[in-house]
Design a protein around this ligand. Structure first.
Ligand SMILES: Nc1nc2c(ncn2[C@@H]2O[C@H](COP(=O)(O)OP(=O)(O)OP(=O)(O)O)[C@@H](O)[C@H]2O)c(=O)[nH]1
Ligand SMILES: [Mg+2]
Length: 172
């Protein structure tokens, strides 16, 4: 069994660092901002995971739909210490929902830092959209395994109508 997991979120929220925790259980503070999408493969329990990192900088946003198509799970990552990054997660949620039925998990990262995002706002957003929510620190590793486990449990949701629509637009 193979699962495709895609990480989306604003620049600097910790997507690449989170993936590094998934694969090596280590924190490397020297990671630099991603300039393009990258894929890593790993075995997790009985599943082969294909994990896609994306570049969060605004100028790269236009290329990402081709990455989350056919994903079994999208991780919408924000930085708990930067309110604006949570607003971006709401935007990403709408963007992904527009073209796919993909499962989505919201991840509030950097739980080791002072929080700026209101827990009430997060609760309202995830509950009203029936989403699963985890908090992580890809610095300390807190909550990381739980996210990976939850993401790996999902399978791809086939939707021929949505596929047709996206093919018409010639998105990939
Ligand atoms: N304190 C703390 N710092 C973190 C955490 N996760 C990542 N960082 C730091 O935040 C910065 C950005 O992390 P990245 O993993 O490069 O962020 P990104 O989302 O991949 O960013 P882009 O590649 O630009 O989209 C780095 O300096 C990381 O060391 C965390 O959980 N806690
Ligand atoms: Mg990155």
């Amino acid at each position: 069994m193979k699962s495709k997991i895609v990480l989306l979120g604003d620049t600097g929220v910790g997507k690449t660092t989170l993936i590094q925790q998934f694969t090596t259980h280590e924190y490397n503070p020297m990671i630099t901002s991603s300039l393009s999408a990258a894929c890593v493969q790993m075995q997790f329990m009985d599943k082969k995971l294909e994990i896609w990192d994306t570049a969060g900088q605004e100028k790269y946003n236009s290329i990402t739909p081709i990455y989350y198509r056919k994903a079994s799970c999208v991780l919408l990552v924000f930085d708990l210490s930067h309110s604006f990054t949570f607003e971006r997660v709401k935007w990403w949620f709408e963007e992904v929902r527009r073209t796919t039925k993909t499962n989505m998990i919201v991840v509030g990262n950097k739980s080791d830092l002072k929080r700026k995002v209101s827990p009430i706002d997060v609760k309202f957003f995830v509950e009203s959209n029936k989403l699963t929510y985890f908090e992580t620190s890809s610095k300390t590793g807190d909550g990381v395994k739980e996210v990976l486990k939850a993401a790996a449990e999902y399978d791809f949701i086939q939707d021929d109508m949505l596929d047709l629509k996206t093919n018409k637009k010639g998105c990939c």
